[in-house]
Design a protein around this ligand. Sequence first.
Ligand code: DC
Length: 219
Amino acid sequence: MKISVAIDGPAGAGKSTIAKLVAKKFDLMYINTGAMYRAVALKSKENGLKADNVTEICKLIETMKMRFEKDDLVLNDENIQSKITMPEISSIVSAYASIPEVRKMLVKLQREMSKEFNVIMDGRDIGTVVLKDSSFKFFLTATPEERATRRYKELRERNIECSYDTILKDIIERDYKDSHREVDPLRKADDAIEVDTTGLNIEEVTDKIIGLINLKINN
Ligand code: DC
């Protein structure tokens, strides 16, 4: 049976950590769609393309060969995972992710990946747009404060200078932008199961999702 699992939710809800573990359990390819939007932001920045330069950004995307290797995004044979998770990319990515033409191109790539492989994808529009027909949809949430604490710890572990207050402000701003943009806003699909991860550890959330997937597989 071909499986595709959709995981949506706001920034810092634990989507990528959980998706990687669920991927291992069911032998799925993990596709981090946020990383793909981040790659567009990174390359646009490197090429001096502001978010209003849509034609040039689309031309740039045509030259970007993206694949996932051991959960990391490899762009034109370069592993760019650590570059795209830097705070300076987090703070500009929403502007690029809200361009309809960019979304159209990336959604097409994501659907192609899902046709070729058994996948688990995380993002904002996976259950509502990219994998609309998936039978396994989850929407992860947590309070903004809990999500900011998780991001802060993660960046500090990587020795990246950051302040909790700035991260919290960035998360609240991104929540607003992601859920209020015109194209494919962040929204729970009607048939997605909502999992509030506040106060739960990684193992508890992973077990819950694995249990729900098994329940559906066996029914
Ligand atoms: O999950 P993340 O923080 O890496 O996502 C980066 C940005 O891309 C964030 O602003 C939301 C946006 N995004 C999106 O619009 N659609 C997706 N499927 C995934 C991410």
